[in-house]
Design a protein. Structure first.
Length: 354
């Protein structure tokens, strides 16, 4: 695969294309990984899950979780980074809520904080330890040119699950709590910030080269609330991580932020911003700070469909972001029904000149 590095900031980053871009360099073609790349669309994952048990069983089996993390890189050698196989709800589990995954319905956290108090929870930080073991095992097996991405949920998104006890259509329970009792919401957010800083620091110590903050429900907030519950807590995490583990890149992914994306990029201090599929990459190129790395943002449904327009969409994204550091990715997680052949088409199209 031909690849040209421009403006690489240091030799260590230059050895890993994804890190080179996160440090402000540019590569052509861009490095690539896919959100949720380790998971249900892969037959090898489904086979292992059938043998090992449910989702949480896999997360807490560090050998299995490490194998799953590495599966997409074995199948698609073009991928430049592994992302830890885990879940954002491990944090509320460590904060003392019970976590289960109900077949066909998704995760459940009990007691939900809509009816219980934060003080009622008894934290169990040992629940995070197997995740660090997974990171270390992946790092030991990862090819030298590949990066390892750790992650956590951002405080707002984690709080929405903790309050409602499950995913929700509009996050109304948590939005109401923020309006009715901002002190309780602040206490919950602060607790999530503190454990997230510890959690990501330990992932970095175990071998993560970069980390991503997933704010899947950032788009549900009004502008002032976005500033209070998305930007401010994210900034607290970034500042603390920069102090504890300087030089480790942090990617922020505020899904649905829309016109608030520029403020997020300027005010949180993240090193790179992920774009969801609703963002015009040409607009983002003009709205975001000069030279800031951008990640994204192919529509996952387009990849699922395998439309004849797939290659053109890939080329359009690359062309729109050609003037800045760019990591190619999806606009959200890969959909479980996506055919392997469509992913192979995507990877092949990234080799083409634009």
């Amino acid at each position: 695969m031909a690849s040209t590095l421009r403006d690489a900031p240091d030799d260590h980053a230059a050895d890993k294309p994804l890190l080179a871009v996160l440090k402000g360099g540019r590569r052509d073609p861009p490095p690539v990984w896919m959100m949720r790349q380790a998971g249900r669309y892969l037959p090898e994952y489904r086979e292992l899950r059938q043998a090992k048990g449910g989702f949480l069983d896999l997360v807490y089996d560090s050998d299995a979780a490490a194998e799953i993390t590495l599966q997409p890189l074995k199948r698609f050698p073009r991928i430049d980074a592994a992302i830890l196989f885990s879940d954002i709800l491990i944090v509320p589990f460590a904060l003392g809520q019970n976590l289960t995954f109900v077949a066909g319905e998704g995760p459940r956290l009990t007691p939900p904080l809509a009816t219980a108090q934060l003080a009622d929870l008894n934290p169990v930080p040992a629940r995070l330890e197997p995740i660090y073991a997974t990171v270390a095992k992946v790092k030991a097996k990862l090819e030298p040119g590949k990066a390892l991405i750790g992650f956590a949920g951002s405080p707002w998104t984690v709080a929405t699950y903790m309050v409602a006890g499950q995913g929700s259509r509009d996050q109304s329970d948590t939005r109401l709590l923020a309006y009715r009792d901002s002190g309780a919401m602040r206490a919950l957010t602060d607790r999530i910030v503190d454990i997230t800083v510890d959690y990501l620091s330990a992932q970095i110590d175990a071998g993560a080269d970069a980390v991503q903050l997933f704010d899947s429900w950032a788009g549900s907030l009004a502008p002032a609330e976005f500033e209070r519950w998305v930007i401010a807590p994210t900034r607290s995490i970034v500042e603390a991580l920069n102090a504890r583990r300087p030089g480790v890149p942090i990617i922020g992914f505020p899904k649905g932020a829309g016109g608030k994306l520029g403020a997020y990029a300027r005010e949180t201090g993240v090193d790179a911003v992920g774009l969801d599929e609703t963002v015009d990459p040409a607009w983002a190129h003009g709205a975001l700070p000069d030279g800031m790395p951008v990640q994204g943002n192919l529509e996952p449904l387009l990849l699922l469909a395998g439309s004849p327009h797939l290659e053109q969409a890939v080329a359009n994204i690359r062309h729109s972001l050609h003037g800045r550091p760019h990591i190619f990715n999806l606009g959200h997680g890969i959909i479980k029904e996506t055919p392997i052949a469509h992913v192979e088409r995507l990877m092949a199209s990234l080799k083409a000149a634009i």
